[in-house]
Design a protein around this ligand. Sequence first.
Ligand code: C2E
Ligand code: MG
Ligand code: MG
Length: 442
Amino acid sequence: MVSELSLRVKRRRVRLILWVSAAIQMGLGAGWATFFAITGSFHIAYLELGLFVSGVCVAWLTHIRRTRRAFVLLTVVSLLVLILFCLYLDVPDEFTPRTAHLYLLVLTLACLFVLKDEHPLLRWGLCGVLMAAFWVFASTHWSLPSELSVPVSVRRVGVWINAGVAIVGLMALVNIMLIETADANFLEREMEQGMSRQEFFLVYQPQVRADGTPVAAEALLRWRHPRLGLVSPGEFIAQAEKSGLILPLGDWVLDAACRTLQHWATVPAMSGLCLSVNVSAQQFLQEDFVQRVAGALSRHAVPASRLKLELTESMLVHDVDDMARKMSALRALGVGCALDDFGTGFSSLSYLKSLPLDQIKIDQVFVRDVLTDASDAAIARTILQLGESLGFAVVAEGVETQGQCDFLLAHRCVLFQGYLFSPPLAAPEFEMYVARSAAYAV
Ligand code: C2E
Ligand code: MG
Ligand code: MG
């Protein structure tokens, strides 16, 4: 899961590298093309103009996210122009060294990073060619002197410009590689900052009856990262659990959910809705978890019966007695508990009987293939019967088609959650959804 995020971070870095490279090509190309055009060296001006056009194309391809093509263009054009420059134009003499080859180092570094996941032959082959070219041009004065070479007076200024731009380019690339390492520390640091920058928010997915009337919602956490965009919980919850950040994050979710319930209480169409909140094992294992829930409810003066906590079967590997004790305390407060993703874990039937549960949620993996896979259909049917006989409400998660809904309805499922009815919605859209449903019901 984190790897999806790593991929996004890497893509972003590749684009940054391409932007920097395109800027270098455009800047050098435009600057030198103008200079050589003014001084009448049109053959060099055309070459520099080509570099400028290549920079524009690289920037455009990067903008439309064709990063591979952008990189191929960048490498091919830069390599050709640099070799031509080193051989014919930037001819070293006793007093003025060659400098155009310094850009080969910048290009090699970009190659090493951008082609990191490509075939080693391509990556090291290309880097090898670039490094070999640098080596040759750095170690020799080897060139093909001609009338075309840049006048010495211009080269004296050019060495400073080339060396300076190459240094800035190298620094920029190294910095891009260092600023965001898509490792655990990066995620952890960003999550911590995200909490203080208030980048986390809740979305609400309706839980409806078969006729579409919403009776509850599940609060789902979202993270809008300033640079990575919207990050889904699948990408960050596991890391938050590993780092312990899930505790403050979970507290925030509880508080935000209670604030939402407080608001709903003021809207007639919403005052009867329940809100389910996902709770991680670590959160639930906290000694004072029940007090934390009670605290959130009382801070927002919300009736406990409106809040439901979604626990997962994985929590049953911990102390089941402790779990039962806390669930009873929560029930005494008036807070209900649901068993999320039911069927994917290993809860034994005896646990189900001994835990004060109110609801079980059939995991979406069974719902997905309920019409095509006989075993999934049997599992869904069994869970519905189990719920009925043990007195739990059963919610079917991930209902996407009318066919799945009809099947579940035929087996007496009464609550549904899934894209067929609505995806998770931001707070204002959810309010509109409920208002619309209320209007239809009238
Ligand atoms: P979950 O609690 O089982 O939530 C249901 C997931 O299924 C949600 O994904 C929801 O967007 C998605 N979903 C709903 N309807 C459909 C459908 O019809 N088809 C498909 N394919 N998917 C559907 P989401 O929001 O990405 O959340 C993923 C998981 O992250 C949640 O699974 C939950 O375990 C965890 N999570 C979300 N918010 C929180 C939170 O505040 N705290 C904790 N501890 N975990 C959270
Ligand atoms: Mg859930
Ligand atoms: Mg679930």
